[in-house]
Design a binder for this molecule. Structure first.
Ligand code: SF4
Length: 452
């Protein structure tokens, strides 16, 4: 009897990857994914702990799902409820106390055990809690990737974090940095490419801290791994996220000038432009260090596009500190960026730091920062108009007959889809720019690359 599975995914790309792997680990046991909890026999919330009140949002969603389950139970149906991801890891036992109606609470390092945990649950034996950091790697217990892959496929190569930034919960919810062996990554990459992927996006909480064991028994860096992935048949583009400035090694910077498939786009969170704030955040670099890395990157790959993360209103941030952030943004120039007001995470050092900034001040600073970042993103898109660039087609666009793809700098491009299909790499002339995307038309005589 086929069993219906619904997974709601919150947060980062790694949670998207984990949700796919959860579904793949359950598929051999008869579970198929459905689009809504109303039609599912098992509902999994794959949660994120980064944003404010993350846990409270999960509890209110659970309240709604509990009512849905009661309605369905009254109709003689069964609906299991599970919480996975970083809130499950952070809350653990407390979640079962607060929501005793849950069937399972499983952390990011234990979701490969879902089939076994569900089977034991069905036999009314065993615990509903799996938030340990098992010795064995979950990857060794997950099935091979199979079936069609998305054009741009996520591939986790590293997990966890040893940096302990004072505002962040990740080291507590994802554990210490662990790098997957090169052979396992290459095998999964081949499976994704065989399924039709053209771009591989390497994921890690600190992906550029990658130090996995190579087939030669040596420790490989991310640069060495990217080189090996670039040699695989069918790889059109490579990207990696999320990086830490402290781990931007010289060989990785040079890889941007050497590996043609490595996209000229890098997400490199800086968080602040003030050395005093960076120190209070325990980031381990200065604004000048960050700018030196940017200069090195632009020396080896002059057209590289940078995106970043910013936190405004960190405890102790004075107007001069904020101005230092604005100064860094003006000096670097970002194609894209994500910016947030500081919000205290329970249990993190920053939550109890002195000098908490008033909400009104945070909001006013965020507004100024975002106005500058939006202007830089607009100018970056505007500068692409009239250029002829390679675009990797991802899928359907906004309008019938239209497709959307991405430039090497991650800009979405909408164009007429005649004669094109997802996965094609085609030369496009950019004809217009919008706040978050571009318009284009296939360049005269442009051939299509990448078709099998
Ligand atoms: S490096 Fe990133 S994941 Fe690690 S503690 Fe800092 S913000 Fe969190």
């Amino acid at each position: 009897m086929s069993k219906r599975l619904f997974i709601r995914t919150y947060g980062c790309q790694m949670n998207v990857y984990d949700s796919d792997r959860m579904a793949e680990s359950l598929a051999p046991h008869g579970w198929t994914r459905v689009e809504s909890p109303e039609e599912a026999d098992l509902v999994v919330l794959n949660t994120c702990h980064i944003r404010e009140k993350a846990a409270e949002k999960v509890y209110s969603e659970l309240g709604r799902l509990r009512r849905l389950r009661e309605e369905r139970t009254a109709r003689g149906e069964t609906m299991l409820l599970a919480v996975a991801g970083c809130v499950a890891q952070a809350e653990g036992e407390a979640m079962l106390e607060r929501a005793p109606f849950l069937d399972l609470v499983v952390g990011p390092q234990a979701y490969h055990r879902l089939p076994e945990l569900l089977a034991r649950r069905a036999r009314a034996e065993g615990t509903a809690l799996a938030t340990d950091f098992p010795v064995e790697s979950k990857f060794d217990h997950l099935p091979e990737r199979s079936g069609p892959s998305p054009v741009s496929a996520y591939l986790t190569v590293q997990e966890g974090c040893d940096k302990f930034c004072t505002f962040c919960v990740v080291p507590y919810t994802r554990g210490a940095e662990v790098s997957r062996p090169v052979a396992a990554i290459l095998a999964e990459a081949r499976q994704l490419l065989a399924g039709g992927a053209k771009e591989l996006v390497l994921l890690g909480q600190n992906v550029n801290a990658y130090h996995g064991e190579g087939p030669d028994g040596r420790i490989w860096s991310l640069a060495r791994l990217l080189e090996a992935l670039a040699e695989l048949d069918g790889v059109v583009r490579l990207r990696y996220t999320t990086s830490h400035p402290r781990d931007m090694s010289e060989d990785l910077i040079e890889a941007h000038g050497r590996i043609p498939q490595l996209a000229p786009y890098l997400h490199l969170p800086v968080q602040s432009g003030s050395d005093a704030v960076l120190e209070a955040m325990n980031r381990g670099y200065t604004a000048a260090d960050y700018r030196r890395i940017v200069d090195r990157l632009r020396a080896v790959r002059p057209d590289i596009a940078l995106s970043s993360d910013f936190i405004v209103g960190f405890p102790g941030e004075r107007e001069a500190d904020f101005e230092a952030t604005m100064e860094l943004v003006r000096a670097v120039g970002f194609a894209q960026a994500y910016s947030f007001k500081f919000s205290a995470r329970p249990g993190t050092p920053a939550a109890s730091m002195r000098g908490q900034v008033k909400e009104a001040v945070k909001a006013e600073r965020l507004q100024r920062l975002q106005a500058l970042l939006v202007e830089q993103a607009r100018a970056f898109n505007e500068a692409t108009v009239g250029r002829t660039v390679p675009v990797l087609i991802d899928g359907p666009g906004r309008h019938p007959g239209q497709l959307v793809g991405r430039t090497p700098w991650q800009q979405p491009v909408h164009l007429d889809g005649t004669g094109l299909q997802p996965g094609d790499l085609v030369i496009v002339t950019i004809t217009g720019s919008h706040p978050h995307s571009l318009a284009g038309r296939r360049a005269a005589g442009a051939t299509v690359e990448g078709r099998a």
